[in-house]
Design a protein around this ligand. Structure first.
Ligand code: C5P
Length: 396
């Protein structure tokens, strides 16, 4: 199941306003077009002082619109016409002045009128000097735009064109591409509830020592993020993972396999999908010591008891959700994974190489279901997550 490179991922209006960061918009258009996103560029008069419409036309392969009175649009209403086919409008860079206009619903040029008349989401990538960004007026406008449902992308912190250093730089074109692609994901899981486990569990030996494993949590967090982007209501039960909770996801932190089991069982009712990505410790100490165990010259034996298999237990519930497992193996990967799928009675399991996947930002996996093996190309974990969820959506 490879990505179909020829299909258009979405249609965007890219609005460019007056700021030095307008040069980054050229790179953004190049990346968008390369990613099969159809881009219609609209520029303000000030933007044309920083970068020319000719450049943007060459990169987008379409005429660029700058004026409200452009006669080339058939019905003479470019402010309505240009955004009707769009999946979203993105303003990059968005100047402080343009955001002030948006916050007040002003419509005195093509781009601001287009935004006011839109029937699609609006994404804004601010770019300005740090004092302008910090100014209470700008912050008021940002709060207002967020309250109006506008998605603010960035800004970044760093060196600015004026020589000052601080918040206000526009995000790099690659970061914007990533956020736009996320926004354009088809809402294949709209109305679905999905429960995911991620990360490593900690089985305490004493107050300062634990049995754990090398899972980073990156794959599970990527799936949670991708599921949210696809419109699902997501609950993430996370063991140890040094990661920021994904935006829009109900994240519950746990430590041991037992507390992960309890949290999962508490939330599993009414879930449509359960994906066990967590590397759950197979054993835990029979008696964790209440005090730190003192070092001594003699050998130490810790008696271990097996933990509950959370995924197998969820899969065997009466009204079980659609259950998906992960199998991180070091040898005979597909055979071992398929055995696990059958043993735990799962419609789908994701096989990956433990040596390659653990801690990495990329992963190369094979999906195994009753129809056989579906290898996915090695890709960033977020991309693997999207393809996995597409496969699940097709199976539901
Ligand atoms: O540990 P094992 O290789 O059996 O893990 C396979 C799948 O089972 C993974 O999806 C993992 O999250 C899940 N699992 C679980 N509870 C356990 C052990 C594994 O949910 N105690």
């Amino acid at each position: 199941m490879q990505k179909n490179k020829s299909s258009v991922l979405g249609k965007l209006v890219l609005g460019i306003t007056g700021g030095i960061a307008a040069y980054k918009a050229a790179e953004l258009v190049r990346l968008l077009v390369k990613s099969n996103i159809d881009v219609q560029v609209v520029m303000t008069e000030a933007a044309c002082q920083f970068i020319t419409p000719v450049t943007m036309q060459a990169l987008s392969g379409k005429p660029v619109y700058t004026g409200l009175w452009d006669a080339s649009i058939p019905n003479g209403m470019p402010h309505i016409e240009l955004s009707r086919a769009a999946d979203a409008i993105i303003i990059a860079p968005a100047s402080a002045d343009f955001m002030a206009k948006l916050a007040h619903g002003r419509a005195d040029d093509l781009l601001s009128t287009l935004c006011l008349a839109r029937d699609c989401p609006l994404l804004v990538a601010p770019a300005m000097n740090k004092q302008m960004w910090d100014n209470p007026a700008t912050q008021r406008n940002i709060n207002q735009l967020q309250a109006d449902g506008v998605q603010i992308l960035g800004p970044d912190s760093g060196e600015q064109a004026c020589g000052e250093v601080g918040l206000g730089r526009m995000l790099e074109a690659e970061d914007l591409l990533y956020l736009i692609e996320a926004h354009l994901q088809p809402k294949l899981l709209k109305g679905k509830k999905i429960l995911i486990t991620a990360g490593a569990t900690l089985e305490m030996i004493d107050p300062v020592r634990a049995i754990t494993n090398l899972s980073s949590g990156k794959m599970g967090y990527a799936i949670a993020q991708a599921a949210f982007e696809m419109g699902a209501e997501v609950t993430l039960v996370s063991g140890a993972a040094a990661l920021k909770p994904p935006f829009g996801v109900n994240t519950i932190s746990v430590t041991s396999a037992e507390s992960m089991y309890q949290a999962v069982m508490q939330h599993v009712a009414k879930q449509d999908i359960f994906i066990g990505v967590a590397a759950v410790a197979d054993y835990s100490p029979v008696n964790a010591s209440a005090q730190k165990i003192k070092k001594s010259e003699s050998s130490l034996t810790i008696e271990l008891k097996p933990n509950k298999d959370i995924l197998a237990q969820v899969a065997s519930l009466p009204n079980a959700p659609f259950c998906v497992g992960f199998a991180a193996e070091t040898e005979n990967i597909l055979e071992h994974a398929e055995q696990k799928r059958l043993r735990k009675i799962l419609p789908l399991i994701v096989a990956n190489d433990a040596n390659d996947a653990l801690g990495s930002d990329q992963n190369s996996v094979t999906l195994l279901d009753k129809n056989g093996a579906h290898p996915l190309a090695r890709a960033p974990k977020i991309e693997v997550a999207r393809l996995l969820l597409q496969h699940i959506a097709n199976m539901l």
